[in-house]
Design a protein. Structure first.
Length: 316
């Protein structure tokens, strides 16, 4: 079933995820960094994968502020060129036509940024910044060096992307002048709060705790996918409330919660699997340490199989 089909089956009249913008630790950090960047007219990058709330965090940070916002949003799959940025600056800050000659257009941009920056802070927001060409990044550096009536720089530049645009070759000098902020995603506490606020009435507390341990759940979009998937699965097996078992069946998460539910100890699991207690403890606490991915995943699967068997025996 689709997300909306699942929500409808549970009696929702509207999408509870769409209505919620939750201020997270990431959002607070973005707000602080942006405030400092505006004061110093810096160039910054906000980097995170899709679904981490980059745009929402930025919107909260600039909400109700007296800023002039120039937003550059490229068409799908198109690279961002300096001409696109200059055009948006001119269209946003004036009623003038965009000059065709590059030199004249540069003077036009300098004048408009200079005049506007004397009234209020100017913020140039570039969405999908991972599509910026190296030459465009160098042009942004030149744009920040523009001076108008003794004022320099004339604007704050905020780049938002899925990966750091400074990874491109030949932009080392731009990188030195750019502060890059990597969003960390939702914490376990924030995941629980998000679930409680949206669909929590249809989840057992242990199931919520299990989902909060999943790495995939740190992303808003992935978390929504996880929630609707386990809700759909619960319906398929005749349940209206999600338990830890459904989370375990689909995602293999929440080993610590499963340990509690089965009244097992780390020593019990160590004996049944033949794994050292330290290895079991690290897996239960989702700590990989120096183990390779293969070893960690294999050991985790072994522990999961034992716990799954115990739950099935308990249910039976």
């Amino acid at each position: 079933m689709t997300k909306l089909e699942v929500l409808a089956e549970y009696g929702f009249k509207r999408d509870p995820f769409k209505a919620l913008v939750m201020e997270t630790a990431d959002f607070t950090r973005v707000k602080r960094i942006l405030s400092l960047a505006i004061e110093s007219k810096a160039m910054i990058s906000i980097i995170a994968d899709r679904g981490f709330g980059k745009s929402d965090a930025l919107e909260l940070a600039i909400k109700d502020k007296d800023y002039s916002i120039v937003r550059v949003t490229p068409n799908d799959k198109e690279e961002i060129k300096v001409g696109d940025i200059e055009q948006e600056i001119i269209l946003k800050l004036s009623q003038e036509s965009v000059k065709r000659t590059r030199v004249i257009r540069t003077h036009q941009v300098r004048r408009l940024l200079g005049e506007e920056s004397r009234q209020r802070p100017v913020i140039i927001i570039i969405e999908e910044a991972h599509r910026i060409k190296g030459q465009t990044l160098r042009s942004l550096k030149t744009m920040r060096e523009m001076e108008w009536m003794g004022i320099r720089p004339l604007a704050t530049i905020v780049m938002i992307g899925q990966y750091d645009p400074m990874r491109k070759r030949g932009v080392e000098e731009v990188d030195l002048r750019t502060d890059t902020f990597f969003m960390k995603g939702l914490t376990s506490h924030e995941i629980k709060k998000y679930i409680d606020t949206t669909v929590g009435n249809f989840f057992e507390p242990d199931a919520i705790s299990a989902i909060a341990k999943l790495k995939e759940a740190r992303n808003f979009l992935e978390l929504q996918k996880i929630l609707t998937s386990v809700m759909s699965y619960a319906l398929e097996i005749g349940k209206k409330k999600v338990t830890t078992m459904e989370v375990f069946e689909l995602y293999g998460g929440g080993l610590k919660e499963l340990l509690k539910i089965t009244n097992s100890t780390i020593g019990d699991i160590s004996k049944e699997t033949g794994l050292p207690r330290s290895t079991v403890s690290m897996n239960i606490n989702n700590q990989q340490g120096t183990m390779s991915d293969k070893t960690f995943n294999n050991d985790r699967q072994t522990i999961s199989d034992i716990l799954k068997k115990k739950i099935e025996e308990k249910v039976a």
